[in-house]
Ligand binder design. Sequence first.
Ligand SMILES: [Zn+2]
Length: 208
Amino acid sequence: MATAKISLKKASNIKSTTSSSEQEKTSSQEFQTIQLQPVEQTIEVVEEMPVWQLPVETGVITTLPSTYHTALDIISTYGGTELIYPIANGTISGIYNDTAGAKIVTIHHIINGINYTSQYVHLSSYTEGLYVGKEVTVNDSIGWMGSTGYSTGIHLHLSVVDCALFDPTDSNCVDLNSFYHYLKLRYNQGFVGLQSLMNVPQSWTTRS
Ligand SMILES: [Zn+2]
């Protein structure tokens, strides 16, 4: 969970009256008045973030996101028989091949009023009956882990960013070019969605 830190400065010259237990015993004694010094205080503002579901039943992370690879790479001991699931409930926004032939699915999520797109790359094939506009839950598989496109082995390349891909009203992600540009921009800004994906375990053997 990422946190934003805000520095607040307490008002100076706060007067406070306190009494010690010793003083309370003797009412004749005067309360002690102390002068508080200005205090630099750091409070943590916790940004509300989606809790992503793991995209595969069995996974091992092989590559973390970076400026040049704004995604997680995940392999599975089950290789090409590993099914891929949405990381949150949503609507299929794209089913397409990139120029290298990678089979790709994108899903639009609205979580806490914020648009997100998750992208699943290198699939070997899509689940039957998948179409753009179809609503899917985290329990509806979208395809199988594969190695289509620029890939050196069977794995899932998973990205997430806070925009609505292919939505003409979202200029950040109106097309794939802007989507990739925005992914990199948001990674460099420390976007919490991708950071929270980085917090998934190094490996796992169950989605629940
Ligand atoms: Zn990758």
